[in-house]
Design a protein around this ligand. Sequence first.
Ligand code: IMP
Length: 427
Amino acid sequence: MANVTVIGAQWGDEGKGKIIDWLCNRADMVVRFQGGNNAGHTIVVGNQTYKLSLLPSGVVQGKRSIIGNGVVVDPWSLLEEIARVGQAGLRITPDILVLAENAVLVLPLHRELDAMREEAASQKLGTTKRGIGPAYEDKVGRRALRAIDLTDLGALPAKLERLLAHHNVLRRGFGQKEVNAGALLKSLSEIAPKIVPFIGSSWRELHAARTAGKRVLFEGAQAVLLDIDHGTYPFVTSSNTVAGQAAAGAGIGPREIGTVLGIVKSYTTRVGEGPFPTELKDAIGEKLGERGREFGTVTGRKRRCGWFDTVLVRQTVITGGVDGIALTKLDVLDGFDEIKVCTGYNLDGKMLDHLPAGANAQARLTPVYETLEGWKESTHGARSWAELPANAIKYVRRVEELVRAPVALLSTSPDRDDTIMVRDPFI
Ligand code: IMP
């Protein structure tokens, strides 16, 4: 099967945007299947940097791009993003972009509820405050508005009434004003004509692509450790981020998702709250953050940094369904005398080879490290194995061995061309 599914195999921000953009060349269509504008995918092409959030990365190369039904879509944010990338020279027309008719809409009331909860909580989750969790709650609560509802404005007041009956109770509980139904209806009616031309059917697009023998790239957002089932619950996002979600969130069968590529950074980062066994709150953590420019694309928050955790990635390779990994930001490790990788955990004197499910146990883990020799040479911008120093190759090989997945791609700078292909994921 010539399709490829890309997922993050740590806590997000592994550099999925660049790898997806690189793979786009070889694909006919790109499909987002979960998440929303909590995602931030950065793509650098020469002097131009594109920061995408809801738009599938395929738009940069003018590939047909689908926002699948598994995505929650803030329509105002989508229009802003289309205008923003338009200024950078990308024309997003309905020939390029399709928004699944059954994708759920994120409304201002979702953003507000996300923020109210974060502010009120004694134990914060550190969400992006984009309303993602509340929108997914309304989806499974069967009261959400969906893209298709923008095509039938006459039926909207009754749907809104049902939704607001739920939200106004919550808002009163937070001591907040009820939602102004008239104003919301008006602003939905105003944006509807701009969104409706993009609305289509994700499953039919994919079926047609399959029939025509086209290559599809499924673009995951966030990462397996933020998965609502398999991540570090409750410090997770509200969707499934594993490869299995590509099928449900786009409208195709599970056998169609093709090769699964897990994107893995050569060290570990996390943004927001929650356990992080290899976190370094010292000069080394600072150095990784500075060299890797670890600030959130969406919120600008400083990312927490630490050594590579092979226990976590070995687990996400299994739960995520990863066939091969793309190892990114190898160049950030240049110049370290020694580099550590976590190979196990100590929990109250007991050795563990996996992440325990409970949040309290996760917070008490002490990492067990293996130390590898660093390298002094620069790997920045390397485009072939031959350009890599021997110790960098040893590092890559040891990572492969410990996570039990082969390296398919290596990335040595944010630039599209600074990529080493070890195995073609499309074959
Ligand atoms: P939410 O997705 O906004 O509900 O946030 C839940 C958690 O997921 C928080 O810890 C966020 O920082 C994290 N998160 C959400 N989206 C991303 C992403 O694209 N990259 C990294 N972390 C993310």
